[in-house]
Design a binder for this molecule. Sequence first.
Ligand code: SF4
Ligand code: SF4
Length: 267
Amino acid sequence: MTDHISIEQLRKFAEDYVKAEKTRIPSGGWWQSPLMVSAAIDGRFDDLPRIAAEDHLLPRDLLSTARSVIVFFIPFVKALVKENKKGDRPCRDWGLAYVETNDFIGRLSQAIAGLLAEHGYESGLTPATHNFDDVKLMARWSHKHLAHLSNLGRFGVHRLLITPTGCAGRLGSLVTDADLGDNPLIETEDACLLKAGKECGQCIKACPVSALSESGFDRRACWDRLLENIESLEYFSDLPESTHVCGKCAALMPCSFKNPVVNLKKR
Ligand code: SF4
Ligand code: SF4
């Protein structure tokens, strides 16, 4: 037996979950209110192996009866993003927030699956990260590409997803056999100023290893920097080896906390 559940109920549940977590953990929480979209599983997801990685999983590889993809974005608080702006290396809190957010995304995904189960629906989950091929430097389940196809945001020149509340945060996703339909949030075809034909390129200038350009991304240079950070920074020595962070291209950019293309259109 199943009973109806809507995207509004799921969004409210995720918002309350983030609020409750903020009071629970010692840091007081790194997060602002989350965004969530759903998308009906249709032919658009067949494109994942072409646009993301050859061996990218399809939504029904996670759950054969799945009908919807759910993707959420948890924006970081501005103070954390501001703190990470300084210097060429990520700050201690950026690394800590990465670790705690990955754990939190796992728990939030489980909790959403639990709520769906109470309504009689099944879910399929993957970890927030570490489904990653470190030779090809591609994820086999890319929350970013799922978020793009589900219209939560658009890719910026920095290869991050720019949502209506920006790019400084982290994504999670799951699939379910609940029929939630399409509930997009992005309002514009592009959300990156440069891609929309305006001046910017601030992320390109901010990258300490020149991995970004308007037309390309040196994935290897970026990855090597992330490895170097966890291996060499003394103040990361107690964090897991998998703390692969930098974040300079997301720190205090025009797209850090909003979709800057929306504001252009309103002018
Ligand atoms: S900083 Fe500018 S160029 Fe880079 S992704 Fe954001 S809007 Fe695009
Ligand atoms: S995460 Fe760091 S190294 Fe990678 S592209 Fe962004 S600024 Fe460059």
